[in-house]
Design a protein around this ligand. Structure first.
Ligand SMILES: *[C@@H]1O[C@H](CO)[C@@H](O)[C@H](O)[C@H]1NC(C)=O
Ligand SMILES: *[C@@H]1O[C@H](CO)[C@@H](O)[C@H](O)[C@H]1NC(C)=O
Ligand SMILES: *[C@@H]1O[C@H](CO)[C@@H](O)[C@H](O)[C@H]1NC(C)=O
Ligand SMILES: *[C@@H]1O[C@H](CO)[C@@H](O)[C@H](O)[C@H]1NC(C)=O
Ligand SMILES: [Zn+2]
Length: 423
């Protein structure tokens, strides 16, 4: 391990004299404010409409961060000066950081090749995750079933793993979990894979979770996007799918592509924006896969959990309007069980609440869709931020993050099982 870091350090020193791709010379500033609007009205999100400035979604209560194009540094500093805003630079060259991480990940892949188990030493490819769940099915034929549920735009197989306790009873209640909706949120598939490993390989400890409930899990929804972010340092921050959406821009925000109040709010019609809802609802084959899973399980499904990053939120409907569903107290109770368990385990504080109120409106998302389809509990869980960009927790942080997430998932599942016993 020491040799690895030595190697990486040498590399960084060497690389600091070369150009590091698309993000070469980008800097990340942290401002001495938690307010999007600084001074007498410089709106940072407004500023982000200029392609030289990128506001990193701020986590409620923490300082604002902006990523700034090398050509816009002087202008940005002048703006800060005009508004008497002090700052620190948290990253002096984003391109270099992404390249270093890319090389580190390649080395880790060689150090920890897939050997039938997925540990928490590194991030895994979509193909490795598929192999892992297939191997689990081979090793545990009575308890684990892998099903091909569709294909991504680029032709990758999307597979679910269904985990049971092997007693052969049909028609149990169901917990449906997915990860990797957004390509760059790597900690999401990692957390979901860890959950799979615990349910299957640590069955004796977690048998209660499988007594009257089956778990159905799709670890990487946006397989194309996820693979894309792994193939090159410059692509690390990609969010959307990979289906071309206009002559100039590629990809749709999968989590705006569901046909439930489609495009009404918090979704973009501009193919070049991050929250582009697509040319029409279900333009993306991956959204169709999740829709069909939800529909197929709606009569037995009690909890739908979509794992994202970042922000430390457990979010529930509605995302399409600023109003709570009638049963919001059930949602809140289950969400709080998760947040309380995580706080007790590690001290990490999650906020629990309605998407629109805690985060932002987002119509056409999968959690609203699943809730409306009949899942009484439906969450988007935003895992903690990591790295300077917030989407890039270093590999060394995977273990702590996925274990902490699992503590929350277990607590929510227990609450769900208590509230919705099998009839
Ligand atoms: C943020 O700034 C705006 C505009 O200056 C102001 O109206 C608002 O009260 C501020 N919010 C906080 C939380 O400081
Ligand atoms: C974006 O910001 C840069 C740097 O401040 C400026 O030169 C450019 O004119 C701006 N572009 C637009 C479209 O406002
Ligand atoms: C600038 O900010 C500092 C510290 O927040 C404050 O002491 C100073 O009065 C401000 N100056 C102006 C011109 O607003
Ligand atoms: C099994 O689960 C328990 C409780 O969460 C945990 O302490 C233990 O480390 C797990 N064992 C393995 C092999 O993951
Ligand atoms: Zn996301």
């Amino acid at each position: 391990m020491k040799i690895l870091w030595f190697f990486v350090c040498c590399l960084c020193i060497a690389l600091s004299h070369v150009e590091c791709g698309l993000y070469d010379g980008f800097k990340i500033y942290e401002l001495a404010t938690t307010n999007q609007t600084i001074g007498d009205g410089l709106d940072l999100s407004e500023l982000s409409r200029n392609e030289s400035f990128f506001e990193l979604y701020s986590i409620s209560g923490s300082p604002e961060r902006m990523m700034v194009h090398p050509k816009a540094q002087a202008d940005f500093l002048q703006l800060l000066n005009i508004h008497n805003m002090s700052y620190t630079i948290v990253n002096h060259n984003v391109g270099l950081t992404l390249l270093t991480e890319f090389i580190t990940n390649s080395l880790l892949r060689r150090m920890y090749p897939y050997q039938g188990k997925l540990g928490t030493e590194r991030y895994y490819s979509h193909a490795e995750i598929n192999r892992f769940i297939e191997d689990l099915a081979k090793q545990n034929p009575t308890r684990v079933e892998v099903k091909t549920v569709g294909r991504s735009f680029e032709g990758r197989w999307l597979k679910t793993i269904r985990i049971t306790n092997g007693d052969g009873r049909a028609n149990k209640n169901v917990i449906l979990v997915d990860g990797g909706f957004h390509a760059r949120e790597w900690i999401s598939p990692a957390a979901v894979v860890y959950a799979i490993g615990q349910l299957v390989n640590n069955y004796s400890v977690h048998s209660q979770l499988l007594q009257d409930y089956d778990w159905v899990i799709l670890p990487v929804v946006n397989a194309d996007g996820y693979e894309y972010t792994q193939l090159a340092a410059d692509a690390r921050l990609w969010r959307k799918t990979r289906q071309p959406s206009s002559a100039k821009c590629i990809g749709t925000d999968l989590n705006r592509n569901f046909d439930f109040h489609y495009k009404e709010t918090g979704a973009s019609s501009n193919p070049c924006e991050e929250a582009y809802a697509g040319p029409r609802a279900y333009s993306e084959p991956e959204a169709i896969v999740v829709r069909d899973l939800i529909q197929g399980l709606a009569d037995r499904g009690k909890m739908y959990l979509s794992v994202h990053s970042y922000g430390r939120y457990i979010l529930y409907p509605w995302g399409y309007m600023d109003q709570l569903p009638d049963t919001w107290q059930d949602l809140d109770e289950v969400g709080r069980a998760g947040a309380d368990a995580i706080k007790a385990a590690t001290g990490t504080v999650y906020q629990v609440g309605c998407s629109t109120q805690l985060l932002y409106p987002a119509a056409g998302a999968s959690d609203d869709y699943a809730f409306n389809a009949g899942f009484p509990i439906s969450f988007t869980m935003e895992l903690p931020a990591g790295g300077d960009n917030y989407f890039n927790p270093p590999a060394a942080d995977i273990d702590g993050l996925v274990k902490e997430t699992w503590v929350g998932i277990v607590a929510m599942a227990r609450k769900v099982i208590e509230k919705y016993p099998l009839n």
